[in-house]
Design a protein around this ligand. Structure first.
Ligand code: THU
Length: 136
């Protein structure tokens, strides 16, 4: 399992690479798998605004493309005073590849600000098990 400091540094480095010319709000995400692999992502905005993607989505896509997973922990970093908790859609994206107790660490430039479990951010969630009777 990757150290939290390693994950924070990875998130901070990729945050700098975010493409956010419209919101000017750069976000970085770094997730670790149980094997200790780390995957990173940043937000990538688009002139057609709704087409932009979140940092978490990029990190999850990289994890899946590498044939890795599930998510053991994730750090999301943004600037400003407010906590950069994952958006609703990203909570659901994380849900697909995590468990109720998976930690989601929310960071600012100075370090980790707060840590939540997935279940705290997305209680009573809908996931793969809900489809178990119909698709498996
Ligand atoms: N953003 C993320 O990348 N992750 C989140 O969880 C919250 C929001 C991005 C999307 C958009 O590019 C910018 O932050 C402002 O909403």
């Amino acid at each position: 399992m990757a150290d939290l400091d390693v994950l924070f540094d990875a998130a901070r480095r990729v945050q700098a690479k975010a493409y956010a010319p419209y919101s000017r709000f750069k976000v970085g995400a770094a997730l670790a798998t149980a094997d200790g692999d780390v995957f990173i992502g940043c937000n990538v905005e688009n002139a057609a605004y709704p087409v932009g993607t979140c940092a978490e989505a990029g990190a999850i896509a990289a994890m899946i493309a590498a044939g890795a997973g599930p998510i053991a922990s994730i750090v999301v970093i943004g600037d400003g005073e407010a906590l950069v908790t994952p958006c609703g859609a990203c909570r659901q994206r994380i849900r697909e590849f995590a468990t109720a107790g998976t930690p989601i660490h929310v960071a600012g430039p100075e370090g980790i600000r707060r840590s939540f479990t997935l279940d705290e951010l997305l209680p009573h969630s809908f996931g793969p098990d809900n489809l178990a009777d119909t698709t498996r």
